[in-house]
Design a protein around this ligand. Structure first.
Ligand SMILES: Nc1ncnc2c1ncn2[C@@H]1O[C@H](COP(=O)(O)OP(=O)(O)OP(=O)(O)O)[C@@H](O)[C@H]1O
Ligand SMILES: [Mg+2]
Length: 509
């Protein structure tokens, strides 16, 4: 996607500028056709151009409000339509709606080759004409053959003012139609509008209306719930309700200290003080060291929404093109910001690619590259937490300085940390730790990971339940004795990881 100019904030002025500058082929990604059409109508009027639309259902037709002439059925065929456009002598903007199916390189339409060729044929001619081609579609399928000639515009999500206007509309119609009088304090209003950030105007209006129906009031919770739905539908992001906070994480004193120092980093005060927003963390460590746990705990501790990015899905073409997927995900994350974007098991997500046939190495490298660039350049407060077990499969550029703020290595817990972890898991299951010989448990669990300690507690509980007595230190010791810890089965891997981490990462404790 690197060779395609992507603009973050296409507005009427920008469309106008590109059209005046004779950019021949614009690709506007947007769900809200009507809003873009309105903008184009404005631009066309200013520039004294005729505005035409094309859809597969109507063929080419004027879009400037003039009466539709007898529709020319032939132009429903995309190739015909392009020929018509090429032959036209008018100064005009042609809006091709939902043209993407003909451009898709992954699931090629039977006519794709000829249509892409036709586009290339007419491009040169367009550059010298007063005609502009605008593709308008919710999905991006920019043909690689045309990369150099297409300008992609991500239609920006509505601004705060536009959302406020949507809110106004809904409030007014609730009054007129439903007799509901809504008096919002400025604070309530702001809360509602913040909750709606990241929704399109239509989605926001639907969410407001839903809240009115459900609660007879505007409730930020209903709107947030609606946003979660939309995130879920994106298929590559998952909205996580994190339950555990840092008090449930044993050990890792240095990591906790680092996090505590940055807990307020997303506040307005920190901004004014001149603190940069933290970019993200890479948590590296053995299995069961608590990496995923920490990711969840950070979100809970900082009270930020946690979005998990499913790399497997990003690269699965069942869901769409990888470029499109990552782009959607990052945009959605930015619209929810401040938030935490969680890439769990980054190494597996990326190494799966190399060996799979779903995606070629070129695509995955490019898509991941664009992710790293985004990380480095992003301005929205999205804190990335990535976790990995293995550095060997991570692309070196992911580890380079400036990407993540810090790489933390989560080693197996030491004795004091094991005590803490035992205490946490006993307490979690309603057993006061002081009734157990936690010291002995910690001493006898050398080499066990946090996950294995938790398993020993659970396993002990089962034994005790079966034997008909309450959980005792002996039950847990017995369970410990029955498992071979990872530190033994994976010794070589752990040694290698430690060696690497000594020079490349900070210890978590
Ligand atoms: N330091 C810890 N303190 C408390 N509990 C822990 C700790 N480490 C691990 N656990 C327990 O083990 C469970 C599994 O850990 P987690 O899934 O976070 O490990 P991980 O590092 O992500 O492992 P993997 O590499 O297998 O994904 C946690 O949900 C938690 O209950
Ligand atoms: Mg994990």
């Amino acid at each position: 996607m690197t060779s395609i100019a992507v603009s973050a904030l296409p507005r009427a002025e920008e469309l106008d500028l590109l059209i005046r500058a004779k950019y021949p082929l614009l690709y506007v990604i947007a769900w809200e056709e009507r809003r873009v059409e309105q903008l184009l109508r404005q631009v066309a009027a200013q520039r004294r151009k005729v505005l035409y639309g094309w859809t597969i259902t109507d063929g080419l037709h004027p879009l400037d409000g003039s009466l539709r002439p007898e529709s020319d059925d032939l132009t429903r065929d995309p190739l015909h339509a392009l020929e018509e456009i090429a032959a036209s002598r008018e100064a005009a903007i042609f809006v091709l709606k939902d043209f993407h199916p003909y451009l898709d390189a992954y699931h090629p339409h039977p006519q794709r080759a000829i249509i892409v060729r036709k586009l290339r044929d007419i491009l040169n001619h367009l550059k010298e004409s007063r005609k502009t081609l605008v593709m308008l579609s919710p999905l991006l399928h920019a043909p690689p053959e045309l990369e150099k000639d297409i300008t992609v515009l991500d239609y920006a999500l509505p601004t705060a003012e536009e959302l406020a206007a949507s809110l106004e509309r809904v409030v007014r119609s609730a009054q007129e139609l439903g007799g509901i009088r809504l008096r919002l304090t400025p604070e309530e209003r702001e809360k509602i509008l913040n909750a709606a950030r990241g929704l399109t105007c239509t989605e926001a209006e639907n969410a407001f209306a839903k809240s009115l129906v459900l609660r007879r009031a505007l409730d930020a919770e209903v709107i947030v719930a609606e946003k979660k739905q939309i995130i879920r539908r994106s298929q590559v992001l998952e909205y996580f309700d994190a339950q555990e906070d840092l008090s449930l994480v044993g050990g890792m004193a240095l990591l906790k200290e680092w996090l505590a120092k940055r807990a307020l980093a997303f506040s307005e005060r920190a901004r004014q003080f001149g603190l940069p927003e933290p970019k993200g963390l890479l948590l590296l460590g053995v299995q069961g060291a608590g990496k995923s746990l920490v990711a969840k705990a950070i979100a809970r501790q900082w009270q930020l929404p946690l979005l998990r990015l499913d790399l497997g899905r990003v690269f699965s073409q069942m869901v769409g093109s990888s470029e499109q997927n990552i782009r959607n995900a990052l945009r959605l994350a930015e619209s929810v910001a401040p938030c935490i974007l969680w890439l769990d098991e980054l190494d597996k997500g990326l190494s799966g690619l190399a060996s799979s046939h779903i995606s070629d190495a070129g695509t995955s490298a490019r898509v991941f590259g664009s992710f790293l660039t985004w990380m480095q350049e992003k301005t929205a407060p999205v804190f990335v937490v990535a976790t990995a077990n293995d550095i060997a499969t991570l692309p070196p550029e992911a580890l380079r300085k400036g990407r993540f703020d810090e790489i933390f290595f989560l080693d197996l817990p030491n004795r004091a940390e094991r005590s803490e972890i035992f205490a946490i898991h006993l307490a979690k299951r309603g057993r006061p730790p002081r009734r157990f010989d936690v010291e002995t448990l910690a001493r006898r669990s050398e080499g066990y990971s946090g996950a294995e300690i938790e398993q020993a507690v659970i396993s002990g509980l089962y034994d005790a339940f079966e034997a008909g007595h309450d959980l005792s230190t002996e039950d847990i010791l017995h369970a410990l004795g029955e498992t071979v810890p990872l530190s033994q089965t994976m010794e070589a891997h752990i040694t290698a990881l430690r060696r690497w981490a000594r020079t490349h990462a900070r210890p978590a404790s």
